[in-house]
Design a protein around this ligand. Structure first.
Ligand SMILES: CCCCCCCCCCCCCCC(=O)SCCNC(=O)CCNC(=O)[C@H](O)C(C)(C)COP(=O)(O)OP(=O)(O)OC[C@H]1O[C@@H](n2cnc3c(N)ncnc32)[C@H](O)[C@@H]1OP(=O)(O)O
Ligand SMILES: CCCCCCCC/C=C\CCCCCCCC(=O)OC[C@@H](O)COP(=O)(O)O
Length: 332
């Protein structure tokens, strides 16, 4: 494709403008920072999933593949400067099937989830996630159970199959009983699928509470800084001897205990709201960090370009690139 003579220069100038604009927006606009961080979060997961797919495909669809996804996702908290503190991990029953129920604030829950995810444990996810490109395929390969929330009957029969699988294949499942993301500082009423599942299989329920992200993340305010989150594993709730009639009371009891802990740990434990912490890893490691961009723009001209007659290698290359393209366009 032929470009008009000045096109390469314009493209280069646009690129340079972008190079200046992105760090400036990053520093000056919290909303832009929020947008970049969320875009990078999703993009990075999609990229990691591309790497995970061939590795997982060796085993085929298998719950053991969840270990691979977990290992690949564990570092993300460092990129975002989020300190995840786990408490109560000793409450996980050592070797038996169970149902984990946890509150669901945002897709950032993946970070806390991966921190404590037990072996042979698969999440129950909305069917739409299956179509989330490489992430959907990676989830499928890792045995994530998909339910169609628009078809209650289908969802319930999938859950009943899961109740059988729990026992026959010795797996655990992770359910978000609120059924959707909720970031209003409380918990939505619990849907009862997870509790029916546990009662049908007669396995314990392990409640897990992730503290509020309010101090570092707020979708409404487009705010996303670094901060800390506590993941608290509560003592298992037995279901032996319970029947479907006991499910409403069981769900209410578990929700009440989780909400109490949520309120307790969503402060810093000393009565105040947890404060965001700025961490150096965040600044250095984040691939969207402006540091590499600023340094490439500022340091090169400083060390080379300002000492004539030797322009920096970067400037030399740009000059010769533009010259070649301009000559080529003029000659043709
Ligand atoms: C390299 C990296 C790659 C990427 C890696 C990523 C990996 C991690 C992926 C993590 C994914 C996380 C995704 C999270 C989500 O998608 S959350 C959304 C989906 N989850 C849920 O919805 C679970 C909670 N929902 C339920 O439990 C619901 O009850 C459900 C079963 C889905 C049905 O919902 P709904 O249609 O809204 O109906 P109701 O809840 O109102 O229920 C109707 C009545 O049926 C009774 N019921 C429910 N379940 C059962 C059952 N199993 N058996 C018998 N009866 C059941 C329920 O009690 C209602 O009756 P009553 O009103 O109580 O009389
Ligand atoms: C070719 C298609 C490309 C699609 C690109 C999709 C972009 C998505 C990219 C990455 C996916 C990251 C996986 C994160 C998993 C987090 C799961 C999650 O938090 O799902 C929300 C669900 O619990 C509730 O949904 P709703 O709150 O009801 O809504």
């Amino acid at each position: 494709m032929e470009l008009w003579p000045g096109a390469w220069t314009v493209l280069l100038l646009l690129f340079l403008l972008l190079l200046f604009l992105l760090p400036t927006l990053w520093f000056c606009s919290p909303s832009a920072k929020y947008f970049f961080k969320m875009a990078f979060y999703n993009g990075w997961i999609l990229f990691l999933a591309v790497l995970a797919i061939p590795v997982c495909a060796v085993r085929g669809r298998n719950v053991e593949n969840m270990k691979i996804l977990r290992l690949m996702l564990l570092h993300i908290k460092y990129l975002y400067g989020i300190r995840v503190e786990v408490r109560g991990a000793h409450h996980f029953p050592p070797s038996q099937p169970y149902v984990v129920v946890s509150n669901h604030q945002s897709s950032l829950d993946l970070l806390g989830m991966m921190e404590v995810l037990p072996g042979r444990c698969v999440p129950i996810a909305k069917r739409e996630l299956l179509w989330a490109g490489s992430a959907g395929l990676a989830c499928w390969l890792a045995g994530v159970i998909f339910i169609d929330r628009k078809r209650t009957g289908d969802a319930i029969s999938v859950m009943s199959e899961v109740a059988q699988t729990l026992l026959t294949q010795d797996v655990r499942v992770w359910v978000f009983p609120e059924g959707t993301r909720n970031h209003n500082g409380s918990m939505l009423p619990f849907k009862r699928g997870a509790f029916h599942l546990a009662v049908q299989a007669q396995v314990p329920i392990v409640p897990i509470v992730m503290s509020s992200y309010q101090d570092f993340y707020c979708k409404k305010e487009r705010r996303f800084t670094s901060g800390r989150c506590q993941v608290r594993v509560l003592p298992p709730v037995p279901t032996e001897g319970l029947t479907p009639d006991d499910v409403p009371a069981l769900a209410d009891r578990v929700r009440h205990s989780m909400l109490t802990i949520f309120r307790e740990i969503s402060t810093d434990g000393r009565g105040g709201v947890a404060q965001p912490t700025q961490r150096w890893e965040h600044f250095i490691l984040s691939p969207v960090s402006p540091l590499p961009l600023w340094s490439s723009l500022l340091l090169y001209p400083t060390f080379y370009g300002t000492i004539p007659p030797t322009p920096s290698p970067w400037i030399q290359w740009t000059q010769s690139f533009v010259r070649r393209k301009t000559h080529a366009a003029a000659g043709s």
